[in-house]
Design a protein around this ligand. Structure first.
Ligand code: F3S
Length: 79
């Protein structure tokens, strides 16, 4: 299982992740990315068929703001 979330403190709204993984990432009004699966909580597993997209986005984010874990992120802050 893989879980993902965006560090919205460091995202610079470059827009790359939505290009690489349109089924995982979207942007708020200011262009800051979030994971659409569960509102960037990182607690809902990314479907297997999207892992390749996720990897591409992860590798291409210029600020390393995409976080991937094999466990759910703690339910902490919302976007
Ligand atoms: Fe932000 Fe990185 Fe996406 S800077 S817009 S999380 S590629």
């Amino acid at each position: 299982m893989k879980f993902a979330k965006v560090n919205r403190e460091t995202c610079i709204a470059c827009g790359q992740c939505g290009e690489e993984a349109p089924d995982i990432f979207d942007y708020d009004d200011e262009g800051i990315a979030y994971v659409t699966l569960d509102n960037n909580n990182g607690n809902k597993s990314v479907p297997d068929e999207l892992w390749e997209q996720l990897e591409d986005a992860y590798e291409n984010c210029p600020t390393e703001s995409i976080q991937i874990s094999d466990q759910p992120f703690e339910k902490s802050k919302l976007i």
